[in-house]
Design a protein around this ligand. Structure first.
Ligand SMILES: C[S@@+](CC[C@H](N)C(=O)[O-])C[C@H]1O[C@@H](n2cnc3c(N)ncnc32)[C@H](O)[C@@H]1O
Length: 203
């Protein structure tokens, strides 16, 4: 491990633990108070169509914690294989499955095993099939060139190693594959006190 990465490893572990704790809470208590938008209110704010939110299982809508709308540009076609990176409680994966259809496939990857179980249960309740792998976006548990489209919503910003995540996304995408990512970026350099605060990083 290079020196820098070695020095930062303890902080990365603390951040991961906080990220797991935070999204465990979102999975278990979607009605709780969080300092980020979530649930149906957030999805409507980001332009999700009300008919999608009526059709999806209520639990998937309630635990939605995205930051935008990756469906606006994903242009998923029937038969395609879609990866939802950081699939959370499954709302985006379920919406994607309506476009990829019975001949396509939607795969979720999430760090939090509870989120993966919820996403699979929500997909099953909505008549879709979702294979969710518990795993890390910095080491995506999928073969090279196995995905047509990647969607991701509010996830990459949580990584301590964003360059590695982007390399992984290009590794799993087929040549000519597409990415539709909605995420948070800061135009300003954040202060070290913000960067080092696990609670702020995790949300
Ligand atoms: C802000 S939530 C968004 C969830 C979902 N995309 C949505 O829109 O509701 C972030 C999700 O990313 C997952 N996550 C965080 N760090 C991750 C990592 N290193 N690898 C994979 N998933 C991760 C969290 O467990 C959580 O489910």
């Amino acid at each position: 491990m290079p020196d820098d990465a070695q020095a930062q490893a303890p902080l990365e572990t603390v951040l991961k633990d906080e990220i797991i704790r935070m999204y465990q809470e979102v999975a278990d208590r979607p009605e709780g108070e969080y300092h980020f938008y979530h649930g149906r209110e957030a999805a409507e704010l980001f332009g999700y169509e009300p008919r999608w939110l009526d059709r999806a299982p209520p639990g998937a809508v309630a635990s939605f914690a995205g930051v935008g709308n990756p469906h606006l540009r994903s242009a998923i076609r029937a038969g395609e294989t879609v990866l939802d990176l950081g699939s959370g409680a499954g709302l985006d994966a379920i919406i994607a499955s309506w476009s990829s259809g019975p001949t396509g496939k939607v795969i979720g990857v999430d760090l939090n095993p509870t989120m993966c179980l919820k996403a699979q249960a929500h997909a099953a309740a909505s008549g879709s099939t979702l294979q969710c792998h518990q795993g890390q976006m910095e080491n995506i548990p999928l073969p090279d060139g196995s995905v047509d489209v990647v969607i991701s919503n509010g996830v990459v910003n949580l990584s301590f190693r964003k360059r590695k995540v982007i390399e992984e996304l290009f590794r799993v995408l087929r040549p000519g594959g597409r990415l539709s990512i909605t995420d948070i970026v800061s135009a300003k350099q954040l202060s070290q006190s913000i960067v080092n605060d696990p609670k702020l990083w995790a949300s």
